[in-house]
Write a protein that binds this ligand. Sequence first.
Ligand code: NAP
Ligand code: COA
Length: 265
Amino acid sequence: MSVFREDVLEGKVAFVTGGGSGICKGITKALMAHGAKAVITSRKQERLDAAAKELAEATESECLGVACDVRQPETVEAALDRALERFGGVDVVVNGAAGNFLAPAAQLSYNAFRTVLEIDSIGTYTVCRAAFDKHLKANGGTILNISATLHYGATPLQTHAAAAKAAVDAVTRSLAVEWGRLGIRVNGIAPGPIDGTEGISRLAPGKARDAMIAAIPIGRMGEIEEIANVALFLCTDAASLIHGETIVADGGHWLGGPAMQLLGG
Ligand code: NAP
Ligand code: COA
């Protein structure tokens, strides 16, 4: 049972990039289960159609899957137009579309580094900007940018993603300052390792999984539902004073890493 009132997002519409899979599908499910309607986007229409059906059945709310590529602004604008046509507004924008893989910096091609920044950082800005122009500027709303903790310390083999998420956090803070007076609340979430996701299967394959768990103070990875709860909180009036902040939800992982070794972790 949810700790949130089940109609806390009644009448709201969410636009979620990366909403057809993993963490952002879980966020969409939580928003819908609490009254919101949703538009989920990513590059693959087939995956979106299956996810939209599953989410609608699970929550008894409405969900539309619209393919777009956050690297192509015109497709983002068209997806927002579809959302506005179908539901009449976009109150919550979640930027979850991302790309990542393990690769030493010395082996990354120029294009590989650029690709990850284009999806995560420029993609986040593009969606924020298009949603601002088309609806948020006149109506207010909430933006949630999905980040990570990779750039708090240093993360070898993920130079590209660490740089990309650092830029995402910078966008979150700057937009919060520029758009706050318009009733647009801009925040982020920095998940730690989340079990059962594409991210973890790529970044902690095989035995690396055990080493990762050993470095997490709470002794386990997070669950998708736990990130979804943070997103839900940030979308409600309970978070009305939280603005320009990226909330870490990682069971203490980024603080704990090296220190956990001293504890024999
Ligand atoms: P995921 O399921 O692979 O989510 C990434 C999504 O982005 C996919 O739905 C993908 O769908 C979409 N996408 C990729 N490129 C795109 C593009 N150019 N345009 C539009 N959509 C695009 O991975 P996840 O592990 O759940 O990660 C979700 C978010 O959480 C990401 O922002 C990730 O950085 C962050 N995060 C995850 C973890 C973790 O432990 N998993 C930890 C920290 C942060 P298509 O392939 O259909 O386009
Ligand atoms: N190691 C090193 N380089 C890699 C790589 C890897 N594992 N995977 C891809 N690249 C390089 C490619 O070689 C290419 O560079 P090149 O043109 O110099 O050869 C560049 O990255 C772009 O790859 P491409 O496959 O053309 O891009 P894409 O736009 O089709 O896919 C990715 C983007 C690479 C990020 C892909 O992994 C993806 O779609 N990811 C989405 C899901 C995801 O990453 N989820 C986890 C989120 S935490």
